[in-house]
Every structure is written in C-alpha cells, then in structure tokens.
Design a protein around this ligand. Structure first.
Ligand SMILES: Nc1ncnc2c1ncn2[C@@H]1O[C@H](COP(=O)(O)OP(=O)(O)OP(=O)(O)O)[C@@H](O)[C@H]1O
Ligand SMILES: [Mg+2]
Length: 252
C-alpha cells in the first residue's frame, strides 16, 4: 500500500457569511495524480489555498505526512514538501527565466540553486529557446511551464496546480498536461485542479468532483469516465437522450 501523503477531513471554509467548502474530505497517496474538477465557484481554489495554509478552515483537519497543516504557517508547509502553484501564472515579468526559477528555491539548498535553474532551462525545450527573454515576454503556455518548474525548485514531495491549462490553446494545454503527467515519473505527487475534466481524466489516477463546496463524486478516472451522471455534469457530454429530445423539439 502506498503511503497517504495528504489527508483532509471534513473541511469547512467560510468567507464571512459565504460557505465556500462544506465537510470536504479527500486524500492523496504518494505517487498519485489526483484531479479536482468542478465549475466556476465550486470551491477548487479555496480548497488548494486551505491545504497550503493561505486560508484557515473553520472546521476539519489536514495532515501532510505527520504535519498538522491546519496549524502550520504557509512557508513551513513549503518546507514540509507541499508546494502550491496558484491560478494565473504569476511570474516576475521583468526578471529573467533563471531569476524566476531562483525565486522558487528560497526555502532550501540555495548553494546549488543556480546550477539547478540552468539545468531546468536547458532540459525544457520550450524554455531553452526563450532563455534570453524576460518572463513577461513569454507566451501563456511558456509562463505556465516556468511556474511549474519554479515550484519544483523547492524540491517538493507534492505539488498542487490550480488550472494550469486555463486559457491555453489545445496544443499547449496538452503540453502542460504532459509535463504534469511526467511529474509522477519523477516521484512528485500531484493534486491538479482542472476545469478541462476530460484532460484531467486522461492523466489522473483518481478524481474528485466538487459542486458548490461539496464533493459530489470521487473515484478512479476509469470509474468516473463510465459514469453517465458524472459525464453529463462534468464532461460537458450531452447524453444521447437529451440530444434526441432537443432534436424532436426542433433545437440543436
Ligand atoms: N476572498 C473571497 N471572499 C469572499 N468569497 C470568496 C472569496 N474567494 C472565493 N469566494 C467565493 O467562494 C466560492 C468558491 O470560490 P473558489 O475561487 O474557491 O472557486 P473555484 O472552484 O476555484 O472557481 P473558478 O473555477 O472560477 O476558479 C465562490 O462562491 C466564490 O465567490
Ligand atoms: Mg479557481
């Protein structure tokens, strides 16, 4: 049995009067890619922010290995091996790619960071051919590669990625998901937030589906792919029945 790295139980998170998460439980085992899907406002980013210590839950527990995350400061959570890549590809636009990568290494091993940053740039073709640029000159897809690689500079055991493929062309989105998929081979466990549920199912071992702050479905990717209700709600697949009814009534 693989070790459970991260376990959240009965998390409730409120923003003032708004309940963003209610009794959410999930776990991620070492070596897994777990996807979190759900519509806008479902609570996906709130969940990642809570797991990384940026938001404190009103109730519930979070453990990462032996650490109680609900009582741990965000920078200590990074040191414990859990790194969060927030939505929106926040690069330092006027700085070089190498300088951007170095910003991810502030918690550990500063001595070798420069060499590691150069190795990462050289071994990532998309970044290597833009090595002379500043981060602000990169395309969205290139910036996404950069922020994922920046997270790896902290040498994490697990990364949480918030919508890395958002707004990218299908080709670039695939490249980003390929990079994410490759993290597992490098021994990095992944919790991936994706609105592109089809892409998520392709690379994830297991999936949790959130709706209005609650877990509606969870299971292996294979199970959920074959679940017509999940497909209807999260894959944007119009069921054959619904299509027939739409045609009969003259709509498409
Ligand atoms: N800082 C905040 N203050 C008040 N309400 C908030 C705040 N941040 C999020 N919310 C609300 O909490 C709920 C969950 O938001 P969250 O950003 O976690 O959703 P999401 O699933 O990440 O959505 P998206 O797909 O649009 O990124 C929403 O109803 C949102 O309006
Ligand atoms: Mg979000």
């Amino acid at each position: 049995m693989p070790e459970t790295l991260l376990r959240a139980e009965d998390l409730t998170v409120r923003y003032g009067p708004v309940t963003a998460l209610e009794n959410v439980s999930l776990h991620v085992d070492e070596g897994e890619i777990v996807a979190l899907v759900g519509a806008n406002g479902a609570g996906k980013s709130t969940l990642l922010k809570t797991l990384s210590g940026l938001i404190r839950p009103a109730a519930g527990t979070i453990t990462f290995r032996d650490t109680d995350l609900a009582r741990t400061q965000a920078h200590r959570i990074v040191q414990a091996g859990l790194v969060h890549v927030p939505e929106g590809r926040h690069v330092f636009p006027r700085f070089s790619l190498k300088e951007n990568l170095l910003a991810g290494a502030y918690t550990n091993d500063w001595k070798n960071a420069g060499k590691r940053a150069e190795e990462i740039i050289e071994s990532t073709p998309i970044l290597a051919r833009r090595a002379g640029s500043t981060a602000g000159q990169l395309s969205g897809g290139e910036q996404q590669m950069l922020v994922i690689q920046r997270a790896l500079m902290a040498d994490p055991r697990m990364v949480m990625l918030d919508e890395p493929s958002m707004g990218l062309s299908p080709v670039l989105a695939d490249q980003v998901l390929e990079l994410v998929s490759g993290l597992r081979d490098r021994g990095v466990t992944v919790l991936l937030v994706e609105q592109n549920a089809l892409g998520a199912l392709d690379i994830a071992d297991r999936v949790y589906a959130l709706a209005t702050g609650e877990v509606l479905y969870s299971g292996s990717s294979a199970e959920l792919r074959d679940d017509p209700q999940f497909a209807d709600q999260f894959l944007g697949v119009v069921s054959a029945d619904a299509e027939r009814r739409a045609q009969e009534s003259g709509h498409h």
